[in-house]
Design a binder for this molecule. Structure first.
Ligand SMILES: *Cc1c(COP(=O)(O)O)cnc(C)c1O
Length: 374
């Protein structure tokens, strides 16, 4: 940590030394005509579902003087039903005791790291919050760099796990920011390797509903040594409500309760989640539409002469603009000047674009064409 980064803090502030060089998570929040930078679902939930949530929340209002259900039982039941019905894990029936919801999967991830060990490994590039949360709770995070095509190198991963024996191994599938997913058999091998010395795998399935691969939840039938983390923020079009959840063996879920804060999930959030889950089919209805748009945007990018990483999610990592003598930060700014906000994820010669509404995608492609082929 350089003394320069430490000096941004006043000397009277007793900030932990290991935090002084960090920056808070910060996707730029700027206004744009096409907002394609945080992998949200671009379609708002229907009027009918909005009213249903409103009714469910309004019944909670007279009880706001009371703390919410600390164990979040009803929402856990509803999430278990959703998993069994829609994700359809093989060989295991998920009950409420296998589920733990919190304020977004980020809180779930933090809780897992606080409860289960201080040596953590993961892959790079992947979700930036995994190493950041690890650092903020004082855990050690080590990343294995992925090959340049961003496919996992299973042999290397198994070797590195064997060598380092981390308490927790983090894997995101479909991966953010690359969009690639990991097949079920590879996940199984990684879980087996980690279980062999008493470690655990955390599989972040934030984009699971978009993926053509099987959910890792089925692995819980044979192995206790994994936690699957999912969210209602992306496919469910529910990012503003802040609900994510862990799926694991009941002993694991019980262990997470040791470090969770009391009454962590507000009664309003619980009510909103319950109402939304009653309409899960409708909420997920736009997924196919988003995937069709994604494949369309991918082929447009290719026809502009760019390189596309095949995506199994609702965003695309694309590159190849260096041959137009333009760098990622410059292209990012040029697009923003045209009203298109995408994401510079810090990988040289790559940018990430979230699939939006048709008009937003059009503006993105048209702007890109103007910049690259004036
Ligand atoms: C968006 C995202 C999350 C965070 O989701 P919340 O549930 O909104 O906190 C977690 N993991 C990955 C990989 C993500 O891309």
């Amino acid at each position: 940590m350089s003394s320069q980064s430490e000096s941004q803090w006043p000397s009277w502030l007793p900030l932990r030394k290991d935090l002084s060089g960090l920056k808070p998570y910060g996707a730029p929040q700027v206004a744009a005509r096409s907002k394609l930078n945080t992998n949200e679902n671009p379609f708002s939930i229907s009027e009918a579902i909005q009213r249903s949530i409103e009714r469910e929340i309004s019944t909670e209002l007279e009880n706001l003087n009371r703390y919410p259900d600390r164990e979040v039982i009803e929402l856990r039941r509803a999430l278990a039903i959703y998993i069994n019905k829609v994700v359809k894990p093989v060989g295991i029936d998920i009950t409420w005791e296998n589920i733990w919801p919190a304020n977004g999967s980020n809180e779930v991830l933090q809780t897992i790291m606080m409860a289960l060990g201080s040596s953590i490994m993961g892959l790079s590039p992947s979700y930036s919050m995994h190493p950041l949360i690890a650092q903020t709770i004082g855990a050690n995070f080590r990343a294995i760099k992925m090959p340049s095509n961003f496919e996992i190198d299973l042999d290397e991963i198994l070797k590195e796990i064997e060598r380092n024996k981390p308490h927790l191994f983090f894997l995101t599938t479909p991966n953010n920011p690359t969009g690639r997913s990991v097949n079920f058999l590879s996940l199984k091998k990684i879980v087996e390797k980690t279980a062999s010395y008493g470690g655990m795998v955390v599989i972040d399935e934030a984009y699971g509903e978009f993926s053509r691969e099987l959910s890792a939840i089925s692995l819980l039938a044979d192995s206790p040594s994994l936690i699957v983390v999912r969210t209602m923020s992306k496919a469910f079009a529910f990012a503003g409500a802040r609900i994510g959840y862990a799926v694991a063996r009941d002993e694991t879920i019980k262990a997470l309760q040791l470090v969770r804060l009391p009454y962590h999930l507000s009664s309003l959030t619980q009510a909103a989640g319950l109402a939304a889950l009653k309409h899960s089919d409708d909420l997920l209805a736009d997924i196919e539409r988003i995937k069709v748009s994604r494949d369309l945007v991918a082929s447009e990018l290719i026809s502009l002469g760019l390189e596309v990483i095949p995506s199994d999610a609702n965003f695309i990592l694309f590159g190849g603009f260096s041959k137009f003598a333009i760098s990622a930060p410059v292209l990012w700014q040029d697009l923003l000047d045209q009203g298109v906000l995408i994401r510079d994820v810090g990988i040289e010669d790559y940018l990430r674009v979230t699939i939006g509404r048709e008009s937003e995608n059009q503006l993105f492609i048209n702007s890109l064409r103007e910049i690259l082929h004036p």
